[in-house]
Every structure is written in C-alpha cells, then in structure tokens.
Design a protein around this ligand. Structure first.
Ligand code: BGC
Length: 499
C-alpha cells in the first residue's frame, strides 16, 4: 500500500482505523459492578500484577538516577553500561537558513516514508513537503538485507521520478538525502554507520555489522538512482533536529511508538569516549538507545516470559516494558493466565488468545476508552481480537489489567526523561531546570494513548516537583524525524552552504 501526500501529513506506525475511532475521553470508574465468581478467582493474579508493576515515587527516583548514571558510564567508554550512548556526529543543528531541495528516507518500523522537502531559508522556511508512505511487506522483515534495501530503493526511485522539473542543480551536483534509520547503529561519521542489531521484530539477515549507508547506496545504484546520503540519523536525532528548527529550547527528543528511544544535546567535554573530532560547535547529539536500559525495572513473570520467547532475549528490556510493540502482548499474557485459572472468559481458551501478539497496543488503548455502562467496546474487542466472550465484571478486570500495564509504561518513560534531564542539569547547573527546556516527543503510543500520556506527564511532575515542572515542556512534534533528516542533509551538504 502506498499513499502520496503533498504538504505535511500523518504517520502512524501504531494507530489503526479501529483504535482511532474508539479513541475519546478517559474511561470512568464504574461503581457497584456485580462481583461474580470469576472476579474472586482472578483477584490474586490481578493483585500480584499490580504489586509487581507498582511505580511509587521512590522507585521512579531510583530509576531516574540509574538512567543518569548509566548515561555517564556509556559516555565514558563503549560498553560502559547497558546504554550504548551512540555518537551521532551531528554537531551542527539546522538554523533556519537552509535552502534547496532535499530528500529523506525514514525507515523505522513496519512502514517507511520517502520525502522531498523544499527549504526556503529564514523567510520561507519549509516551502513544500511531499511524501509517500509504504508498508514493508512482512516477509522482507525476515528476508535478506539486499531484498529489503532493493525494495526501499525501488520505492525511492519511483518517488524521485515524480519530481517536477523546477529544481535544477549544477551538472556536477547530485541530489542529497537524509537517511533516518531507526535501529541501533554505531556511527563512524555523520554519513556512515554500522548496524549493531535489529530491534522491533526485524530479523533481516546480512545487515548486522555492515554500513547501512553502503547497503542503501548499493541498492540505489542497482536502481540507477543518483542520490547521495549526506546524513545518517536515528529517528530521535531527526526529531530533535526537526523540532529545533522551530524552537531553540529543544534539548531532548523522545520516541514512544512501536519502539522507544531518546537523544539529547550533550556538551563535547562531557563525552570522554569522543576522542578526536574536529568540529566548530561545543556539542553533539547523543543517541542514548535507552530501549536497552534494564536496571532494577519493576518486571513481572509476564515480561520475563515474553522476553524469553522473543527473537532478542535479554535485550531491549526497557523497550519491552514501555513501548507500543509490547504492551498489548503483555496484557494478552496476563489474560491468558487469568483465563486458565478461572472462568473469566467461560470454560474454553480460544486459539486467538493463545496466539502471541494477537492483542495489540491499539486494542488495549481502545478498550480503555470505553465509557459505556457494560463496557460494550471492550466486549467486542475481546470477541473480535482474541475470540473470547465476556461479561461486564470480567471486562472491568480486563480494563484494570490494561491500565496497570499502561500506567507502569507511562510512568517508567517519565522517569527515563527525568533521568536524562537530571544528568544534563548536573553538568550545567540552571541551564536545564532554570529555564524553559523542551522535550520533543513523537510516536503513536504517546500520541494516541491518552492514559499512557497522562501517566507519563504525572510521573514527570511528581519527580520534578511543581516549580521545576513549569520549565519543562513536553511537546508533541508530529512526524519531525523525516523533515529533520532532510534538514540535516542540508546542514551536512557536501556542496557547502549557500546560506
Ligand atoms: C531502536 C531505536 C529507535 C527506536 C524508536 C528502537 O527499537 O533501537 O534506534 O530510535 O526504536 O523508533
């Protein structure tokens, strides 16, 4: 499927038509629901789940401090902690003066996007954006590197053919492209980087250990496409650059979607592992890859089992606890245990309930938006998606399970953000908490799941206290990573800046 849009558009690797329709106000607590036998038999499971997922303030404080200390250890030396703290080599951020026509390719989940952005300098800013969004055929997520990159390059070639004739470059120049690649990459420069590992369910063979820019270049050559990658960026880095183009106070960017990650602007003198890198500026964006964080997280038996059954056991534990790819699956595992221990859904267990990843995060989100007396939407989703019948009291329990998992995820994400801000503040007292500081946020989980978002914001406020919280602005910046990559392609243009 492919959609072409002129002008800024919508990306959602997370939302679905079904969930979007069901999204609305917060769910209300329902009083006096009949207590039935299934309530009694699942009660111990629910109680234990809530205990294991609890995130009181001291736990959040501890996690924020652990995040900050893992950041320092990861900045000191590669492998110094769970956090890779990847050098992005992005040390010049867009200023607003950028001009010209640039391409971007945004590969990060089950969809990828190609963009063409016309930049008009300080006066005109982003004149036009055209993009095309394409779903990656599922078999390519498990195929070979060549197959994946050939597919991407073929979409890019068709998109490039549609460019109007109004942008002529001098004969010796090639169009430039910013490549947003949302997986952990060890960058060796701003336009090269070696894939460390795939995440988010990708298992493409032959890419790990290779330069992903070379993979893309070779595929573009096979298509006869004359484009040059001038910036390779993580989606968080693209988001930070895109948001910073409009607002100088942006210091951190976070993605909460299928996967999760955060990056921030670090001072060069606070990066011991950055040895000799000549640059004009005193800072560099660091891609934390915080999905790999794992210190003292409040985990349950369901998380452990899901991790053990995953294609990357022991890895990306923070991501598996807080991101969109996994929340629905954790809930499914809880419901399965409840169904086995009681008659929550009658006396048989459906095939669908037994199937991993059948229940998705948009489903649990939609269930939490149900404000009807008998939780009819919850009943329909349970029937349609996991093939089980339910009564009103059973549905109430299901909603509580969803909220427990969403609350833990949102609050842990909030603690992670505060960990980053505290680390930055410790190194530059007053420059973060003493003034307006913006955290640019993107991703379908944050955008479409109001309860998750509320839990995150609440945790940030609890941790920072009322006064400091007023200076910290979490701003949703939609689809910034593609434009951010195009802007960084301009900033790092080989042909220098005519601005
Ligand atoms: C990847 C990150 C990416 C994040 C959000 C994670 O799985 O490791 O590189 O930024 O997802 O897309």
């Amino acid at each position: 499927m492919s959609v072409t849009v002129r002008s800024p558009g919508v990306r959602s690797i997370y939302g679905s038509a079904r969930s979007a329709k069901a999204l609305g106000s917060f769910s209300r607590p329902r009083a006096n629901m009949a207590v039935q036998s299934n309530v009694i038999s699942v009660a111990p499971i629910l109680t234990k789940l809530k205990e294991d997922c609890a995130t009181p303030l001291p736990v959040l404080r501890h996690l924020a401090a652990a995040m900050a200390s893992d950041m320092r250890a990861g900045l000191a030396v590669d492998g110094g902690s769970d956090l890779p703290m990847i050098l992005s080599y992005v040390d010049a951020l867009p200023t607003g003066n950028e001009e010209g026509l640039f391409y971007a390719l945004d590969l990060g989940g089950t969809n990828f996007r190609v963009l063409r952005v016309q930049l008009g300098g300080k006066e005109e800013r982003v004149i036009t954006t055209e993009f095309e969004q394409v779903s990656i055929p599922p078999e390519l997520m498990f195929g070979t590197s060549e197959e994946l990159f050939d597919f991407i390059a073929s979409v890019l070639a068709k998109f490039a053919e549609k460019e109007g004739g109004e942008f002529n470059l001098p004969d010796c120049q090639t169009r430039e492209i910013g490549f947003t690649f949302s997986f952990p990459v060890k960058q060796t420069s701003v336009d090269s980087g070696i894939l460390i590992k795939w995440t988010k369910g990708f298992a493409v063979s032959g890419t790990a250990g290779k330069d992903v820019v070379a993979c893309l270049n070779e595929a573009m050559q096979r298509q006869g496409l004359n484009l040059r990658v001038s910036a390779l960026v993580n989606d968080t880095v693209g988001t930070l650059a895109g948001a910073r183009y409009w607002d100088d106070d942006v210091m951190v960017a976070v993605i909460l979607g299928t996967g999760t990650n955060a990056c921030y602007l670090e001072r060069k003198d606070a990066i011991p592992k950055l040895q000799s890198h000549n640059s004009t500026s005193g800072g560099m964006i660091i891609n934390t890859e915080w999905g790999a964080f794992s210190n003292d997280l409040p985990l349950t038996e369901f998380d452990r089992e899901m991790d053990a059954d995953s294609i990357n056991p022991g890895e990306q534990i923070f991501e598996k606890t807080i991101s969109g790819m996994y929340l629905g699956e954790i809930v499914r595992r809880v419901l399965l245990k409840m169904a086995r221990a009681s008659e929550l859904f009658g006396d048989s267990i459906s095939e669908k309930l037994l199937t991993p990843f059948m229940l998705r995060t948009p489903d649990i989100c939609a269930m939490q938006q149900d404000t009807s007396e008998d939780l009819e939407v919850v009943g329909t989703i349970l029937l349609d998606v996991v093939g089980v019948s339910s009564n009103a009291s059973g549905r109430q329990i299901v909603v509580e399970v969803c909220d427990t998992i969403a609350k833990r995820g949102g609050r842990l994400a909030g603690a992670g953000i505060v960990g980053i801000l505290e680390k930055m503040e410790e190194d530059s007292e007053g420059l973060i908490f003493g003034k307006r500081t913006v955290v640019a946020m993107d991703g379908g989980l944050y955008e479409h799941y109001p309860q998750y978002r509320a839990h995150l914001q609440e945790a940030v406020q609890e941790l920072l206290g009322p006064q400091t919280s007023t200076n910290i602005v979490i701003e949703h910046t939609k689809d910034g990573s593609g434009i951010g990559a195009a802007l960084l392609a301009a900033t790092n243009s080989k042909y220098g800046h005519n601005f």
